[in-house]
Design a protein around this ligand. Structure first.
Ligand code: ZN
Length: 1015
């Protein structure tokens, strides 16, 4: 047998692209187009429909960036289309691009009922499945001129800076008659052609399919595609009917649309994206009853309920019928590196409460396909929130190391495990192409032990979702020789089967560090600070409101707190808190954080006023879980009179030619004339804290132009060049308060200005820093360095409800890849007997290094650096320009428990006010290792007090919690505050009067529901 002298692949491609696909619509009829342009913000459909419409023509331009154009298409189905499937085709200027990243629209009937989204690859509006002829057509399309971004510096990312030139041209608007046989033939050919290209040339099946395609082409009359398509399809029927091998891998396909809650579009556009995508889904679900569509993020349902109630009702119908499936159960698909412990709890509880209240559904799988790495706290929190499974695929983005499993148990820092799956096709928006299906099988690491994997299909990021072509493909590959078996099922069905089949799957312990996007711990500094600040204000508001409600009958602001939590949780979305959205998103987020802070301050103020009563006694409120001098944890005490304080010596100051020396009897600190901290003597431990000749608090600038993804990435080579700030414009000592002496250092460098205040207070081994930066650098990484004379093989970073150890060395590629790490309020390095913690009040990025390569002898010091600012130019060209403030402190002689305490303290400054009297804490906990994270009233509004606490040191702890009120009952509940036997069994408690005795395991999180005795 000779090889064919012509190239069959080229022949198939050409006929498909140039003849068959253009012939899917075999007859067209023009429609009348009119348009109304809306330069500003979107309007509801009733307003849009009533706008003044003017004539418009196909070929005309429309849509300056972020504007909306309402189109009206009117026409009549001609008689000659009678009996056929007639659709209105609208091409808003798609230029063959994929959906979600440019112009898109939502089609409405003349009475304002949404029909479906108009997007690339799904640009049709159904008119008649079987036309009668003569039907009048009137369709409105709300077209959004969302600009497209290509990774270059642009001002398009904010309505306030975008130019007002139109971006798009209406390319097509006409009624079209679909040729059903040609349409089906196109799909047959695509499925078989793509499958054959994935099969080895040594596989007879490859040749059988290719031969069938060749015979099909010979059968096809290019002059009469409509007439010859049925016969051509018959040539493919045999190879399409051949079933999959018994050993074929089995794929659970799940319809999906990853919709980023904000990213290259503002939140208001996400709301419309949801309406477009979900309209598509419900329309498709009508036509394809097998479709199951998984949708996470309670926030997106809440938006739909508020802004597009008609679409929401349709979604609710499909939820009831099982086709539209709430999954994940979080408020949004949040970042998981930076949100605090209580915030992650609320992501789960707010999400699950919404799904339960609206649909009576409780998801069992955490759904986070796209977040930038996964905190080691998540498994415990997921289990305590009633989840069993975890889905992601993002670890496939690792730059250096390949994650070893696709199906495994993920074990968190406390030992809890969730059964986890990473779709081996490494996508959350599959088109079900032959390539993706084959890659998913070839890439799957669990063959021989597991036979199943999951594949989310449907256009994503900017939305779009599944198309009818994907569903047609799914039907064709359900049971097809050479392909994996494919069934559309729910994630829960998949997980139940996968876990049953593979109960002894391998275990991955600790965090899942994404070896990518390391700049997101630092980019858009105001997001970091806003998040940290809001989280702590929420803690204060709930604590004081619960205390006031319990003590004084003060009304607990359930609705207001819920609303503030929900806004805070939205801002933790995986492109907002990480700082990877356009300027518009971050501008609005900054405004939101300011507004939330005001609302929370009002709540706190009202609660404290109720608690302390009127009066002029100076008081200090301490919302931290540890006492501070003179004030109990969670209590309010009289403030010390001015000039008095803890019984400790004052701070002495001496200035000489080698700088300024501050001494409080515990630390002796020398600040050099260049403004750096030249030496710190720990007088208690009798040792130097800094290595000789290595100053601390050094501001260091690095060029920072990553290879890709500016806001996301910092590449390791940034370290190769460095510029230390050692020029001082002014240095002043403020010694008027002997209880706390300050040294103020001003610097100017290039276009930016820096003012640092270093302070040493009486009675503490803590050196505090406040750094203000007027930042005008671009593509520059600002760090502040603290070399410390401890030999540490690992650093400990605070994460949610605990901490995580990471090596400081670079033995393996896994260690080396963690060159930038995330820590919450503190990072600790130590050797037996002595350690140092660097605490902060609003940043997350750190790096910890040992001496650079080269000769060395003896103990090796460790350098801890805090990441303060970057200046990425994409997608926000002016990221972080302007004023910033950072607070951090070096805690000398710190064990982990000191780091925990100082971390809370730095983020919960004492609140001074006047009132009538001090206030005892609502609850007290005996063991400082057991930390109270939240005190609130129960979500069910029963008046029960909820206390969430955790073991903070990684060991076992016994603690007694004492309530200041009569206890009718005390129970351990899950995060949703529900009785749960398995959760209660993890934390046995005994109640004795008003005291609750607890035994905790390492990093265990316990939620106590305390029912007060009613009078
Ligand atoms: Zn995403």
């Amino acid at each position: 047998m000779h090889r064919s002298l012509s190239n069959l692949t080229q022949r198939i491609d050409r006929v498909l692209l140039e003849r068959l696909i253009p012939a899917i619509y075999r007859d067209v009829e023009p429609v009348t187009v009119e348009a109304a342009h809306l330069p500003g913000e979107p309007v509801p459909a009733d307003v849009g429909l009533a706008l003044p419409y003017a004539p418009f023509a196909v070929g005309q331009f429309w849509g300056p960036a972020w504007s909306t154009t309402w189109f009206r298409f009117t026409g009549e189905v001609p008689e000659r289309m009678r009996g056929g499937r007639v659709e209105l085709i609208v091409d808003l200027g798609f230029e063959r691009a994929g959906p979600g990243f440019r112009s898109e629209g939502l089609a409405y009937t003349a009475d304002g009922t949404p029909i479906k989204g108009i997007e690339p690859r799904t640009a049709y509006v159904p008119v008649a499945r079987e036309a009668a002829g003569g039907e009048r057509v009137e369709v409105y399309v709300e077209a959004a001129a969302n600009p497209r971004f290509d990774g270059t510096v642009t001002q398009l990312g904010d309505r306030e800076t975008a130019p007002d030139t139109p971006l798009y041209r209406l390319d097509r608007a006409e009624l079209a008659l679909r040729d059903e046989e040609v349409y089906a033939l196109v799909l047959d050919v695509q499925v078989l052609h793509q499958l054959a290209l994935e099969l080895a040339v040594t596989d007879p099946r490859h040749h059988e399919i290719r031969r069938a395609l060749e015979l099909m082409l010979d059968e096809l009359d290019l002059g009469d595609l409509t007439g010859s398509a049925p016969a051509a399809r018959k040539r493919l029927a045999g190879v399409l009917a051949s079933p999959a091998a018994p050993s074929a891998h089995r794929v659970t396909a799940v319809g999906h649309a990853h919709i980023d809650s904000a990213w290259l579009w503002p939140v208001r556009e996400t709301i419309r994206k949801c309406s477009r995508t979900f309209s598509n889904v419900v329309a498709l679900a009508d036509e394809y009853p097998e479709l199951v569509f998984a949708c996470s993020s309670a926030q997106q349902y809440a938006w739909l309920r508020e802004h597009h109630p008609q679409v929401y009702r349709r979604v609710a119908e499909k939820v009831a019928s099982g086709q539209f499936l709430p999954v994940g159960g979080m408020w949004v698909e949040s970042d998981t590196n930076m949100p605090g412990g209580e915030a992650l709890v609320r992501q789960f509880t707010q999400g699950k409460r919404f799904f339960a209240a609206e649909f009576g559904i409780e998801p069992r799988e955490v759904w986070l396909p796209d977040s930038f790495g996964y905190s080691g706290s998540l498994p415990q929190l997921a289990r305590l929130a009633g989840f069993r499974w975890f889905l992601s695929q993002k670890m496939s983005w690792n730059q250096t190391n390949r994650f070893p499993h696709h199906t495994f148990w993920w074990e968190g820092i406390d030992g809890s495990r969730v059964f986890t799956h990473f779709p081996p096709a490494e996508t959350y928006s599959s088109e079900l192409s032959g390539r993706e299906l084959a890659f998913g099988v070839a890439n799957f690491t669990e063959h021989g032990r597991s036979t199943v994997s999951l594949l989310p299909f449907g256009y994503g990021n900017g939305g779009g979702g599944p198309t009818r072509e994907m569903l047609e493909i799914a039907r064709r590959v359900a049971d097809l020789e050479g392909s994996p078996r494919l069934a559309i099922r729910t994630p829960a069905e998949f997980f139940a089967e996968a876990e049953h089949e593979y109960p002894d799957a391998p275990v991955w312990n600790g965090e899942m560090y994404l070896e990518y996007h390391r700049g997101t711990y630092t980019s858009q500094s105001a997001m970091k600070r806003g998040n940290r600040h809001t989280e702590h204000l929420l803690r204060e508001a709930e604590l004081w409101c619960a205390t006031a409600a319990s003590r004084t009958g003060h009304e607990y602001p359930y609705d207001e707190l819920d609303a503030i939590w929900q806004e805070t949780l939205l801002l933790q979305f995986h492109d907002i808190l990480p700082g990877s959205s356009i300027a518009w998103v971050h501008r609005e987020a900054r405004q939101t954080y300011a507004r939330l802070a005001d609302r929370l301050e009002t709540l706190i103020d009202a609660a404290l006023a109720a608690l302390t009563g009127p009066g002029s006694v100076p008081l200090v409120a301490n919302a931290a879980p540890h006492p501070r001098p003179g004030v109990p944890a969670l209590g309010i005490a009289p403030a010390p009179a001015d000039g008095t304080g803890p019984d400790a010596p004052a701070v002495s100051v001496r200035t000489g030619p080698d700088g300024t020396v501050l001494d409080n009897g515990l630390l002796r600190v020398r600040i050099a004339t260049d403004g750096t901290v030249a030496a710190i003597r720990d007088l208690v431990a009798d040792r130097e804290v800094l290595p000789a000749g290595a100053p601390a608090n050094v501001l260091q600038l690095h060029p920072d132009l990553p290879n890709k993804f500016d806001a996301w990435d910092v590449d390791e080579f940034y370290r190769n060049r460095r510029h230390d700030l050692t020029e001082v414009t002014e240095l002043t000592v403020q010694a008027d308060d002997p209880r706390c002496v300050r040294v103020r250092i001003s610097r100017a460098d290039r276009d930016s200005a820096y003012v640092q205040t270093v302070s040493l207070a009486a009675g503490e081994r803590v050196l505090r820093f406040e750094t203000e930066v007027d930042w005008h650098e671009r593509e520059t990484f600002l760090k502040v360095a603290f070399p410390v004379d401890v030999q540490a093989t690992h650093s400990s970073s605070e994460i949610q409800f605990g901490h995580l150890q990471r090596p400081t060395h670079t033995n393996t590629s896994w260690d080396a890849a963690r060159f930038e790490i995330c820590a919450h309020r503190w990072l600790h390095v130590g050797e037996p007997g002595y350690g140092v913690a660097l605490v902060n009040d609003g940043t997350y990025g750190h790096d910890v290094t040992r001496r650079p390569p080269g000769d060395a002898q003896g103990a090796q010091p460790t350098t801890v650096r805090l990441s303060l600012l970057r200046g990425p130019r994409y997608p926000d060209p002016d990221t972080d320009r302007g004023a910033h403030r950072f607070g951090y402190a070096l805690v000398c002689g710190a064990e982990i428990e000191d780091a925990v305490r100082e971390g809370y303290r730095a983020n919960l400054p004492a609140r001074r006010r006047t009132g009538g009297h001090p206030v005892d804490p609502l609850i007290e906990v005996s063991d400082p290792a057991v930390v109270v994270e939240a005190v609130k009233l129960a979500d069910d509004r029963s008046g029960d007090v909820i206390v969430r606490l955790y073991e903070s040191l990684g060991g076992r702890a016994r603690a007694r919690l004492r309530a200041s009120f009569g206890l009718a009952a005390a129970r351990v509940v899950d995060l949703l505050e529900r009785a749960d036997e398995s959760v209660a069994a993890l934390a046995p408690v005994t109640v004795e009067g008003d005291a609750v005795d607890l035994a905790l395991t390492p990093f265990q999180v316990v939620t106590l529901r305390l029912t007060p005795a009613r009078a």
